[in-house]
Structure formats: structure tokens, C-alpha cells
Design a protein around this ligand. Structure first.
Ligand code: ZN
Ligand code: ZN
Length: 442
């Protein structure tokens, strides 16, 4: 069976390559690919410098003050006027506008700017040595999700497109977004706050695009997903309350420890027995907290975890069933339960038509064999909020060094993207903008 499938796949692949060679557009032959390519070739060193500056000066979510200043300084250097730059959006966000040869269509491209509370261990000469205060503790700060690359790429695209603004057939909105990783407790931020502040209303984009570095994809390659791309993220807190007492006399207590264990086990049936298992969903508990002493049954146990889904109906159903299951298990054990929900963001659904267009544009840049189709992830991405305003597509920039099978993943202290990704990041963003504006002539 496996052999047959492999042969078939190879046959299809050969057929696809054959068709691409016979009828597909030649590589690098888009509306302004050659001009973009030579502009980007002239800034390769600058892109590395920008990325390394941001990398060695990382700032946590909602604290991107210096990063935002650096972005503004670069935009001014690239020729953006003070009136074309808005700052202080959703705390530290920056939005720059570029009007080309006509006002509409309007296309938005976005980079996120925040770093993570992780102590860097890459050993690179420009590694971060920054520390900061996070939830009352001093922590290392690191760009371990590639947002330094994203910001450098968006600045590169801003410089390139500004340099050819008399050939840009529409308006480009450059979104430098703060706080993608989630606001510290008690704060708001990120894409949702940008949207609720009305920052994307004037002008209102007709489409949104963004890229994210991917350690799964080799440098020089790009990846995309059509339809559901990232998951809706919900955080849940469960408090199981019972009655405390001596651990030697459990029959005199209502034990929340045993009950919490039953709650955790019962939650494992949500995906396996409650939801259509063909629908992606995850229920994970990450924190169990309770008790003070080995011989005391406590009066309370707290659990915290996350639910990930790709579909709003499934999301609502899982919430409802978790409320019911937790309530039922606790009641049967003479305990009470409180379930709190915090929504971090909806699922990111790539507009299928736009995603296929993006794939076509990317294939033109790097060749069909270098654009990979990726599975949807259960990770979250708050770019989803922008795609509730207008259709959007999110794609991946390969950063795994050539010849390396596995590299440290995102959010890891050793994550070190191959900087060779930077020029292609810029070229791909420019192609997406120019092709979209060309193709949406009004
Ligand atoms: Zn991240
Ligand atoms: Zn990220």
C-alpha cells in the first residue's frame, strides 16, 4: 500500500512540476518582481542589522516602548512623513500609511513586535541579555517567537514599497502590532485592542496579510494553509471547593483533591466522547494547585488549562459540556465548582480564495517545489481579529537552516532562525501587496 501511494505521489508531483514548467508563470516575473528583488538585494545587510538590534533589545508584551520608537525612527529614515505614522495604538502599536497611485484598494500587512519571558541560551554574539519584571518575578526576555524577524521584514517591505510608491497601485497599511503573545494579567492589548480602538477604520483595509517564521520549513521555502490555520484559544480556570479536615479522617471531609483528579479524568472524554472526533479540539490542564500540608485535606483545589478549537460551534459546545461535566462530577462528590473562561482569540481562518492567490504569488517567487502546504496548528494567533474586519491570509517563512533536520522550536530558549530568511520575507510581502493591489483594480 505504502509503496503504491509513494509511486502515485511521485507521479502526481512530476505531473505538477511538468505542468508548472510548461504553463506556469516563470519565476520572478510578477508585476514588479525584478525591481523588488534588486531593491531587497541592496538592503540585505541592513535587514540583518535591524533584526539583530531588535533581537538584542527585546521587550515583553505591552512593554514594546523602545521597539516602537525604533520602528518609527526607521520609517522616518525610509521617507515616511510624520503624518503617515500613527503611534500609541493599543499601547505601543505603530501604523504607517503609504498611498501609491490611487487611494483604493487598501491592503494591510502586519508584524508583531513583542518578546517572551525566556532566558536566551543560543550563545549567539547578539543574544539577548535583557531581563524584566514579569508577574512579580525577574525574568530573561527573548525574541523566541521570531517577532524580531517579522518586524525587520515589515520594515524592509516599508522601505522597498516606499521606494517605488509611484508604482504602487493602492494604499498600504503597515501594522506594527504590540502584545501578540497575550497581555499580562489585568491588561488588554494586541490585535483585538487595535480593532476595538478603531485603528483600522480609516482607511479600512480590504485585505490583511501576515507571515510567521516556521522552524518546520527550510530557509528559502514558504508555507501556507487554506481555511482553518490556527486555533481559537480559551483559558479556563476551575475551582473545586470542598470541606477540609484531617487526612486521617477523610469521611469527615469533602475532598477536593480526589474530586479534582476525577474532573481532570472526565475532561479527557470531551474530545474522545463528546465532540465529533473529526473536528480538531484540545483540552489540556496545565496547573493543579491545592493543599498546604501532607496530613490536611484542603478545602479548595484550583486547576487551569486551555481549550483549542477550529470551529466556533465546537468551541461553544465544548465550553458548555465542560461547565456541565465539571458541575456534575463535583456535585456527585459533595463539592462545588466554579468555572471561569477567558477568551484569548478566535480561530484564524485563512480566506480560501485569498490563500490560494497567495500560494500562486509565492510559487512565482520561489518555484512550486518551494511552497509547502502546512497542516493547521492548534496554536493561537491574534491576527485572527484582523480577519474579522476583512479577508486575510497568513503564511509561513521558512527559517530552518539548510541541512538541519530539526531545530529548536518556537518559544524555546535555543530558537535561532536562519537570517537568510530575511530577503525572501521582504520579497514575499512586497509580492503579496503588489499582486493584491494589481489584481483588485477598481
Ligand atoms: Zn509566540
Ligand atoms: Zn509568534
Amino acid at each position: 500500500m505504502g509503496g503504491c501511494n509513494a509511486t502515485l505521489l511521485i507521479a502526481y508531483a512530476c505531473l505538477a512540476i511538468g505542468i508548472a514548467m510548461a504553463a506556469g508563470p516563470a519565476r520572478g516575473q510578477g508585476p514588479m518582481d525584478a525591481a523588488v528583488k534588486s531593491a531587497v538585494a541592496g538592503m540585505e545587510e541592513e535587514l540583518v542589522q535591524i533584526r539583530r538590534h531588535i533581537h538584542s533589545h527585546p521587550e515583553l508584551s505591552n512593554r514594546e516602548v523602545e521597539t516602537a520608537k525604533f520602528v518609527v525612527q526607521k520609517l522616518r529614515e525610509f521617507g515616511f512623513g510624520a503624518r503617515d505614522i500613527r503611534t500609541g495604538i493599543a499601547n505601543n502599536g505603530v501604523i504607517a500609511l503609504l498611498q501609491g497611485t490611487r487611494a483604493r484598494p487598501v491592503v494591510a500587512i502586519r508584524a508583531d513586535m513583542d518578546a517572551l519571558p525566556i532566558t536566551e541560551a543560543t550563545g549567539l554574539p547578539y543574544a539577548s541579555e535583557v531581563t524584566a519584571e514579569y508577574t512579580g518575578k525577574t525574568v530573561g526576555v527573548m525574541h523566541a517567537c521570531g517577532h524580531d524577524v517579522h518586524t525587520a521584514v515589515l520594515l524592509g517591505a516599508a522601505k522597498t514599497l516606499h521606494g517605488m510608491r509611484d508604482k504602487v497601485p493602492g494604499t498600504v497599511v503597515f501594522i506594527f502590532q504590540p502584545c501578540e503573545e497575550g497581555a499580562p494579567p489585568g491588561e488588554e492589548g494586541g490585535a483585538s485592542l487595535m480593532v476595538t480602538e478603531g485603528a483600522l477604520e480609516d482607511p479600512r483595509p480590504d485585505a490583511f496579510f501576515a507571515l510567521h517564521v516556521s522552524p518546520e520549513v527550510e530557509v528559502g521555502q514558504l508555507g501556507y494553509t487554506s481555511g482553518p490555520t490556527c486555533a481559537a484559544v480559551d483559558r479556563l480556570k476551575i475551582t473545586v471547593r470542598g470541606a477540609s479536615g484531617h487526612a486521617a479522617y477523610p469521611w469527615l471531609t469533602h475532598d477536593p483533591v480526589v474530586t479534582a483528579a476525577r474532573v481532570i479524568s472526565a475532561l479527557q472524554t470531551v474530545h474522545s466522547r463528546e465532540v465529533d472526533t473529526r473536528q480538531p479540539s484540545v483540552v489540556s490542564i496545565g496547573i493543579i494547585e491545592g493543599g498546604m500540608r501532607w496530613n490536611i485535606i484542603p478545602d479548595e483545589v484550583k486547576l487551569e488549562g486551555t481549550v483549542r478549537t477550529h470551529n466556533e460551534e465546537v468551541r461553544a459546545f465544548i465550553k458548555q459540556r465542560i461547565d456541565e461535566i465539571v458541575g456534575g462530577v463535583c456535585e456527585s462528590a459533595r463539592c462545588t465548582a466554579e468555572v471561569e473562561w477567558h477568551a484569548y482569540g478566535p480561530a484564524l481562518i485563512n480566506d480560501p480564495e485569498l490563500a490560494e492567490q497567495v500560494a500562486t504569488w509565492l510559487k512565482r517567487l520561489v518555484g512550486e517545489e518551494n511552497v509547502v502546504v502546512l497542516e493547521p496548528t492548534m496554536g493561537g494567533e491574534d491576527f485572527a481579529y484582523f480577519t474579522q474586519i476583512a479577508p486575510g491570509a497568513f503564511y509561513r517563512l521558512g527559517v530552518r537552516p539548510e541541512g538541519v533536520d530539526e531545530m529548536a522550536p518556537l518559544h524555546n530558549e535555543k530558537f535561532a532562525p536562519d537570517e537568510g530568511c530575511l530577503p525572501l520575507g521582504v520579497r514575499s510581502m512586497c509580492a503579496v501587496v503588489l499582486d493584491y493591489l494589481e489584481g483588485s483594480g477598481q
